[in-house]
Design a protein around this ligand. Structure first.
Ligand SMILES: [Fe+2]
Length: 214
């Protein structure tokens, strides 16, 4: 898991160093990683529900960190593109709403794939505007300085040594918990509200539902 997350977040598995210090290259590398994950998702057959859910967890975790870094440390540095920045923040909000919707999906069927496709297309649009209209407006002589700040914050958010801890904090359940011991456990997976932390309230709600369904 560490290797996968390090690859997604642009950290080397050995030292945790960012692959690039230039903020534009760092963000573009993040964009390509997420794009590759969507390509992997789309290449899977309908029956590969476990793998699809795993890829979605990776996409959600990567986006959560990436958008936070952009909003905190990158967007405020962009010069003369106030409207693009406002729009980008709204797009992050809409992306978040779509992710919340996908997290509620109980069966990885055609409808779920359609939601994932909408998310992918939304992100493609967002990335295009960022790379074409926003990132070129970052101050050229501060690209490495901003990159260094983002790298520190990224490691802080991710949890340099224990990325799984970050996943837990983000409410992302370990694969084993989501799917139980069975590889073919779509029923088990369907019962787990993917990425939704189990609260006392949701727990009792769920058990009421199960009782009435029985
Ligand atoms: Fe971005």
């Amino acid at each position: 898991m560490n290797t996968i997350l390090n690859a997604i977040f642009g950290l080397s598995s050995e030292s945790g160093e960012a692959a690039h210090a230039d903020i534009i290259e760092m963000l573009k590398a993040d964009h390509r990683s997420v794009s590759d994950l969507f390509a992997r998702y789309e290449s899977l057959p309908a029956s590969a529900t476990r793998e699809k859910r795993k890829i979605l967890r990776e996409i959600f975790a990567a986006l959560e960190i990436h958008t936070k870094l952009e909003e905190e440390l990158v967007y405020p540095e962009i010069e003369g593109a106030h409207e693009y920045v406002l729009e980008a923040r709204e797009e992050h909000h809409v992306i978040d709403l779509i992710i919340k919707e996908i997290k509620k999906v109980r069966a990885m069927n055609e409808k779920a794939d359609a939601k994932v496709k909408v998310l992918k297309e939304m992100i493609e649009h967002h990335v295009k505007e960022e790379e074409w209209e926003m990132l070129p407006r970052l101050p050229k002589d501060e690209l490495e300085e901003i990159g260094a700040k983002v790298k520190v914050r990224k490691e802080e958010l991710l949890g340099k040594e224990f990325p799984e801890k970050h996943m837990e904090r983000a409410g992302v359940q370990p694969v084993e918990e989501m799917y139980g011991a069975s590889e073919s456990g779509e029923r088990t997976a369907a019962k787990a509200d993917v990425q939704q932390p189990v609260t006392k309230k949701s727990k009792s709600k769920r058990s009421r539902k199960n009782n009435s369904a029985a």
